[in-house]
Design a protein around this ligand. Structure first.
Ligand SMILES: CCCCCCCCCC(=O)SCCNC(=O)CCNC(=O)[C@H](O)C(C)(C)COP(=O)(O)OP(=O)(O)OC[C@H]1O[C@@H](n2cnc3c(N)ncnc32)[C@H](O)[C@@H]1OP(=O)(O)O
Length: 211
């Protein structure tokens, strides 16, 4: 690949990431705005123009950064992995892997609501699935999840920080078992974090290099 091509791809990845981050802000603002109906209708018209402009040239699926062998080496050296940066429907996570433990911080926003005021269980499952799949892939295995068992132990309030952690507990042939948790902050100094959600994933290696 020519240097100029690589620079263009890097620029597209960066600019699209920033664009999608702004779209996420827009999604929250649209869903929660209390402007007058006529103002909302005017804004909708402006946004429809922008949506059509973006769609003038498009790709079949979202842009994505590949967790390939080079990226895995960077993560193993301490870089975080910006998961789902380019898909506004998914929850973005900066995944770190240190001493075999994957972790990420998250503040559930208004769009993550399931039961009133707390996080949707399917979204909790999705973030843990993603975290554990990245962790397995950082072991240089290209994997998909074939099973995910989730236990909801405490509600996760919206707007407050939580911590995701995951680790691998077993590997047998093509199969990897990994466990993860979503932790609520400790209520005070010396207090433990509360496990709000725990999950166990079974991941199976599929042919091909990690990507
Ligand atoms: C950047 C990277 C990070 C990306 C983050 C996002 C990742 C999100 C992760 C996902 O959600 S992945 C999407 C959901 N998963 C799928 O779409 C997988 C669908 N399933 C398949 O495609 C096939 O089942 C699969 C290729 C995984 C396996 O089919 P194979 O024919 O190659 O293998 P086989 O069926 O022989 O299974 C291999 C082993 O896994 C076991 N296995 C397969 N499916 C299972 C299952 N459902 N439950 C329990 N065990 C299962 C199976 O018993 C066997 O065990 P043994 O080796 O001990 O015999």
């Amino acid at each position: 690949m020519l240097d100029a091509d690589a620079e263009l791809i890097d620029e597209r990845i960066a600019v699209t990431g920033d664009l999608v981050a702004t779209v996420r802000e827009l999604m929250t603002a649209a869903a929660t705005s209390e402007l007058a109906p006529e103002e909302l209708e005017a804004i909708r018209g402006e946004l429809a123009v922008l949506a059509a402009r973006l769609a003038e040239r498009s790709r079949p699926t979202p842009l994505r950064q590949h967790l390939d062998l080079a990226a895995i080496d960077r993560v193993r050296a301490g870089a975080s992995w910006p998961l789902w940066r380019h898909n506004p429907l998914a929850i973005p996570l900066d995944v770190r892997v240190h001493d075999g433990v994957a972790s990420a911080d998250l503040v559930p926003g208004p769009l993550y609501e399931g039961p009133p005021g707390s996080m949707h269980g399917g979204l909790s499952a999705a973030v843990l699935d993603s975290l554990l799949a990245v962790l397995a892939q950082v072991q240089r295995r290209r994997v998909v999840t074939v099973g995910l068992q989730v236990s909801y132990r405490a509600a996760i309030p919206l707007g407050a920080p939580v911590r995701l952690v995951g680790r691998i507990v077993g590997t047998e042939g093509r199969k990897t078992t990994a466990v993860g948790e979503i932790l609520l902050p400790a209520s005070g100094p010396g207090q433990p974090e509360t496990v709000a959600v725990s999950a166990e994933a079974l991941l199976v290696e599929i042919p091909g290099a990690p990507d």
